[in-house]
Design a protein around this ligand. Structure first.
Ligand SMILES: [Zn+2]
Ligand SMILES: [Zn+2]
Ligand SMILES: [Zn+2]
Length: 123
């Protein structure tokens, strides 16, 4: 008997997203620890599993890299995609840019305090 069949698309409806930080290569793009060290975002798999709906992270532009640094994006954790609420609304504070207003200085690198850099909020 063919019991133990388990060919669902991922567990609990998750989808596989290519790790943006390493572009799916599985190695740290900056070699922070040493050249060719394992990507800290995906653990070397090149992919991460997320629960849809997901959207490209506006804060890092989908690169997974915290703007102006060699660190992982704090908004998406380096994946380049973020899980967003169903029927998400554009964040009223940052108008979807994911970046804080220029309250502190022009071109502030800080993520939006309302949406945390996702650019959207729950309805
Ligand atoms: Zn990776
Ligand atoms: Zn990001
Ligand atoms: Zn925002």
């Amino acid at each position: 008997m063919d019991e133990m069949r388990n060919d669902r698309a991922g567990s609990a409806g998750q989808i596989e997203v290519t790790c943006a930080f390493c572009a799916g290569r599985g190695t740290d793009p900056f070699g922070v620890m040493y050249a060719g060290s394992t990507c800290q975002v995906c653990g070397g798999d090149g992919v991460r599993r997320l629960v849809p709906p997901v959207a490209e992270c506006p804060y890092c532009g989908g690169t997974g890299v915290y703007p102006g640094s060699r660190l992982t994006c704090t908004s998406c954790g380096g994946v380049g995609q973020t899980m967003v609420p169903e029927d998400a609304l554009t964040c009223p504070a940052c108008a979807g840019s994911g970046r804080a207003k220029d309250d502190f200085w022009p071109d502030s690198p800080l993520p939006c305090g309302v949406c945390g850099g996702k650019g959207v909020v729950a309805p």
